[in-house]
Design a protein around this ligand. Structure first.
Ligand code: PLP
Length: 362
């Protein structure tokens, strides 16, 4: 059993550190350790004092408490700290998916959300994003597992309130199993925290993290939320993989969660300003056709004029301007670009100016 190549990774590896303006990543531009320690209110002497033993297998109680507090009715025993959301997904899928399990998810999607189930023998039901944010669409789909990634990568879409309530009500009534991937929950379109669909009493499990929203992807911390017996199985599986998360990462993660009120509003205004800026001028970018304003998260989906290869467009844009975007082909859909909004506002403005002036792209 082996998953196919992870299509976005090669390009990300090649360009993310070289780009003048990085609109290719789905995370906020990274902070340096010194800045992160300030955000987390951790001093260098506290850092030096961390005992370098294994952290508890399930994650430290303090960190699990801070994570549980992000969800209504969730206890620390229902939290497993993982190495990134990627590991949480990997564990959850291994416990939930068997050959022929029908897995429905919004399409296009972050590849791990369907590639791992596919590797395990699942039948994948693609739900096009154009209709996926209406509850009536899901009510027509008979699946064993529903994966809802909201705010959605790569479109930035999320559910209107009435559709959300109606959909959750239907999942509850039909006793469906749902996995919510809420990686971008700290960046709702408005307000401080986005909604969660997690409800462990109804087999509505969740994966999450703050690393992309807070600009600290290098911390590699994520989590899985589920009822206790499921968490116990996932923890046992994790013992064979990464076993524990570094105590350094755990300490900083706890500080960031406890102090998020002090730094998150600035991050949110930066991302919202970048989205507003892009929305106001995307029509001036060469050969672009359509753009739906993201309702949350850090990314959006820009449609190109027909017949243009997204890969050729992204390559030429990078060569001519230093602006890095991801081609839709990396999401197995042609004719789109994924745009990230985590750059600094200054570089975003300069990058868009260069892009706009680049009339000989194709
Ligand atoms: C929707 C979604 N889920 C999960 C992940 C994996 O994140 P992590 O870096 O925490 O493993 C990503 C990363 O881009 C993502 O976009």
């Amino acid at each position: 059993m082996e998953p196919r190549e992870f299509f976005i990774e090669d390009r990300l590896e090649r360009f993310r550190l070289k780009a003048f303006c990085n609109l290719g990543e789905s995370g906020l531009g990274f902070f340096r350790l010194e800045e992160v320690l300030r955000m987390a209110n951790v001093s260098v002497s506290e850092l030096s004092d961390i005992p370098m033993n294994d952290a508890p297998n399930q994650g430290s109680l303090e960190l699990r408490k801070a994570i549980a507090n992000l969800y209504p009715g969730v206890s620390p025993n229902q939290v497993l700290v993982t190495t990134g959301t990627g590991e949480a997904l990997y564990l959850a899928f291994h416990l939930m998916v068997k050959p022929k399990t029908k897995v429905a998810l919004i399409w296009p999607a972050f590849q791990a959300l369907y590639e791992i189930p596919k590797m395990l023998g699942a039948t994948i039901i693609q739900v096009p994003h154009e209709v996926a944010f209406q509850s009536s669409t899901w009510k027509e789909i008979d699946a064993d597992l529903y994966i809802l990634n909201h705010p959605h990568n790569p479109t930035g879409k999320t559910f209107p309130d009435s559709e959300w309530e109606s959909l959750l009500g239907w999942f509850r009534e039909k006793k469906k199993q749902v996995l919510f991937d809420e990686h971008y929950r700290f960046l709702p379109g408005v307000g401080f925290m986005g909604r969660t669909g997690v409800d462990t009493n109804h087999s509505f499990y969740g994966t999450g993290s703050f690393t992309k929203c807070f600009g600290v992807t290098g911390l590699r911390v994520g989590w899985l939320i589920a009822e206790e017996s499921f968490i116990a199985r996932a923890r046992s599986f994790k013992d064979y993989l990464t076993h524990t998360v570094s105590p350094i990462s755990e300490k900083i993660a706890l500080g960031l969660l406890e102090n998020k009120e002090s730094f998150l509003p600035d991050i949110q205004s930066r991302v919202r300003n970048n989205i507003a800026k892009f929305t106001s001028l995307w029509k001036e970018l060469p050969q672009t056709k359509d753009f739906t304003v993201p309702k949350g998260g850090l990314v959006g989906w820009l449609k190109l004029e027909s017949g243009i290869s997204s890969e050729v467009y992204a390559d030429r844009l990078f060569e001519k301007t230093g602006v890095f975007v991801l081609p839709g082909s990396n999401f197995e859909v042609e004719g789109f670009l994924r745009i990230g909004f985590g750059e600094t506002e200054e570089r975003m403005a300069e990058g868009l100016k260069r892009w706009k002036e680049c009339t000989d792209l194709i």
